[in-house]
Design a protein around this ligand. Sequence first.
Ligand code: NOJ
Length: 452
Amino acid sequence: MSTLTYSSPFPPSFVFGVAAAAAQIEGAAFTDGKGESIWDRFCRVPGKVAGGDTLDVACDHYNRFDDDFALMASLGVKHYRLSIAWPRIYPQGDGPVNKNGINFYRRLLASMARHGITPWVTLFHWDLPQALEDRGGWTSRVTVNAFARYADTVVKEFGALVKNWITLNEIRCFTLLAYGLGSKAPGRREGKAVVNQTCHHALLAHGHAVRAVREFGGPGTRVGLTDNCDVSVPVTETPDDIAAAQAWFLDKNEHILGAIHGGGYSPAYLARTGVDAPQVQPGDFDLISQPTDFLGLNIYTATYVRSGEGGEPYEALALPASYPRADSPWLNLVPQAIYWAARMCHELYGHRSIYVTENGCGYDEERVVGGEVVDLHRRDFLRNHLRELHRAIADGIPVDGYFLWSFVDNYEWEDGYGRRFGIVHCDYETLERTPKLSARYYADVVRTRTIL
Ligand code: NOJ
């Protein structure tokens, strides 16, 4: 146990950062040889994205990154989680490399270095090259092999500048939601067998990224997955409800975290999926289950779980309509999620270094009035979550960092630009940035390393 008390500062080595992703902020969707991504295609399908918003301009970070890093630095933020757009590097997914894309990220990383900001780079944050989707996308091993080559290239090119690598962002979202429910690009509605196979291919891609970082990353490099695990919060913090929440957590996460840590799919998972179980080839899990240096967790919401009755291991509770939530309808405000996600991953899978790689909240009506955006709702979200994070550290759970989603309002996928997650406001007419009240608050937290 640490000696942290309620008001003590976060440990000196604790990392405070902000996060964003290429497709959501860069714009320049067809500039300097970038290829079409599945989101560039999907956003043009009528009815798929709110307001028909496209990624063409986004926050124009492509042309404004220098100013954005100056603003980040002025807030005292020294760590930034970004992603690299695969279609900028390989416009066709696996054809010729696009030197302009490489040069762009070189300039961007150099600017970060000038501003004293450490990069945490995600290799894949959902913007699959459309050319690969045309060959089957994540349903096919063609995509896995292309990703392996892309990961090799990126780590070789940028390994001298980047020491913290994240393999993939939120496997569930680009497999289940993209190929099963169809709400995210490419918007397919396949059966369970196909969806389970996309997830297996994503695990393989994760394994290739770990391999690439080990082979080409150079000294001092670290790598981990960012997972949006399904999080359970015990209704009461009693041994029975905690045990129930643990059993639920293991069940819901068995196909990703469970499989990676178990070295294969569990007998329970294989029995449950039956004929829909993924096809596994010899050697797959040698790649998938390589040790990593940390686990990244994107934490937004949770399910309340209590001990079951009549021999059931648990009961998951449906939330009443009046339970508080953000404007994102899926985002119920459960700050304990951050504590329990970290604790479960530490206790159930033995993780010894955990980073919250995203945490934030989406709201619709945020306007600049008199030069400021008074987003007290986001300030409170942040404060409540940091409090639970602090509790985790005090309880000896190895959480080593926190990245707030997001630095600036951006393209919230199928919700378009109307749903804002930034601590910096973006005016999409003028592209002007205005730090919100939450940005000032976060700057104070980062500076004092204390929850104010
Ligand atoms: C998780 C995703 O990684 C990110 O791209 C998205 O904008 C946030 N959640 C908010 O929904």
